[in-house]
Design a binder for this molecule. Structure first.
Ligand code: NAD
Ligand code: DAU
Length: 338
């Protein structure tokens, strides 16, 4: 099978390329714009591989997509603006990539009669889930510009299935962690700031709950949906590891041998969702289950960042990153009493 993997130079996408090439004889074409979050280092191991090809380009550009999708049996769409805090600072790239980009991919897929279209979405489309766990038929109540853009993309995917019969499927994964995650998300922020002996920024009281899913388990879930899912269906992919942010921070500092590293509680994220929790029974019934224990996988991830400073250090030194870091944290720090 020939698979077009969009956003394959990002965190989960590059892990999915590794997962796929390592397990199957499939041919993989990666289409990625190389935004601030895309990094060819994540795919360096596949350069020159006979079943791998990289194309730099934007999923919102119809001609680029037409060329990249040529001959593809399946599309797996990871390409997105993925960070909630950035969507609060500026929603426009989110609408462009996560909604319009999804539309451009869908148009190309229906004209090419692609046999399988998997749209990688998120548990954030359900909004805050303060009790129980939500199944796939729960209403979508996104609360951040990121989550709303992802919900918009999803609604187009469902409409293309109903209207044009496109064999499209949706995945809604929970908070993912592991190697190659850009250092703007909680776990790599905590590890890299602690290594730099900086105070750890925790939004509000740090009691918000996330359900952590190891990246390889997330890839296995997406792969199960790609190969065995039913077109027209959405599938939750939850880690089954609900943790308060402050507990995650403390575990990381423990793993680094720096339990006394100062934690700074700063002004909360506007509209901060207090908890996400999905019911993954539908995917479990297809034979998937998460395999990694949270404590062990978190320690392995921390070790990866310690051992791969040459991967994250250059990113944190880029003017773009320094600018984002200041815009995101400066105001919050200023509004917080020391
Ligand atoms: P990421 O930000 O690390 O990677 C996104 C990739 O998409 C980058 O390589 C970037 O260059 C590329 N990209 C961005 N805009 C593009 C465009 N217009 N055209 C082509 N490529 C473009 O994101 P991630 O954490 O790997 O997330 C991948 C997908 O999984 C996203 O759709 C995200 O919504 C979803 N998701 C993420 C998580 C998580 O915890 N990280 C959980 C559930 C779902
Ligand atoms: O739930 C799936 C989603 O998980 C994905 O769709 C998103 O792409 C991904 O970014 C992630 O969203 P979150 O907003 O939950 O992840 P983030 O790592 O930004 O934050 C996790 C929690 O930690 C959240 O409650 C906010 C908090 N936080 C985050 C940062 C970056 C802090 O307290 N301090 C921080 O510096």
């Amino acid at each position: 099978m020939k698979i077009l993997i969009t956003g394959g130079a990002g965190f989960i996408g590059s892990n999915f390329v590794r997962y796929t090439i390592g397990r199957y004889d499939d041919e993989v074409v990666v289409l990625d714009k190389l935004s601030y979050a895309g990094n060819l280092e994540n795919l360096r191991a596949f350069e020159g591989h006979p079943r791998y090809r990289f194309i730099q380009g934007d999923i919102a550009d119809a001609e680029t997509v037409r060329v990249a999708m040529r001959g593809a049996d399946a599309v797996v769409n990871f390409a997105a603006e993925s960070h909630v805090d950035r969507s609060i600072l500026d929603p426009s790239p989110f609408v462009r990539t996560d909604v319009i980009g999804a539309y451009v991919l869908l148009e190309a897929a229906r004209h090419d009669s692609v046999a399988r279209f998997v749209h990688v979405s998120t548990d954030e489309v359900y909004g805050e889930v303060l009790s129980d766990s939500v199944p796939e038929h729960a209403p979508l109540r996104p609360r951040s510009p990121y989550a709303a853009s992802k919900a918009g993309g999803e609604l187009l995917v469902s409409a293309y299935h109903v209207t044009y019969g496109l064999p499209a499927l949706i995945t809604r994964g929970s908070n993912t962690f592991g190697p190659y995650q850009y250092p703007e998300k909680l776990i790599p922020v905590v590890v890299t700031e602690a290594l730099d002996r900086q105070p750890i920024p925790v939004y509000g009281d740090g009691r918000q709950v996330r359900d952590w899913l190891y990246v390889e388990d997330h890839c296995a879930g997406i792969d199960t949906v790609l190969r065995n899912g039913e077109p027209g269906q959405a599938y939750n992919i939850g880690g089954g590891n609900e943790q308060c942010n402050i507990d995650v921070v403390e575990r990381i500092l423990g793993a680094l041998g720096r339990p006394d590293c100062p934690v700074r509680h700063i002004l909360d994220r506007p509209g901060h969702d207090g908890r996400y929790s999905v019911d993954s029974s539908k995917l479990l019934a297809l034979g998937w289950k998460p395999t990694r224990q949270f404590a062990e996988a978190l320690e392995a991830t921390v070790r990866w960042y310690v051992d791969n400073e040459s991967w994250w250090r250059p990113m944190k030194q880029r003017p773009e990153y320094i600018d984002y870091f200041q815009r995101n944290y400066q105001e919050r720090l200023a509004a917080t009493s020391p």
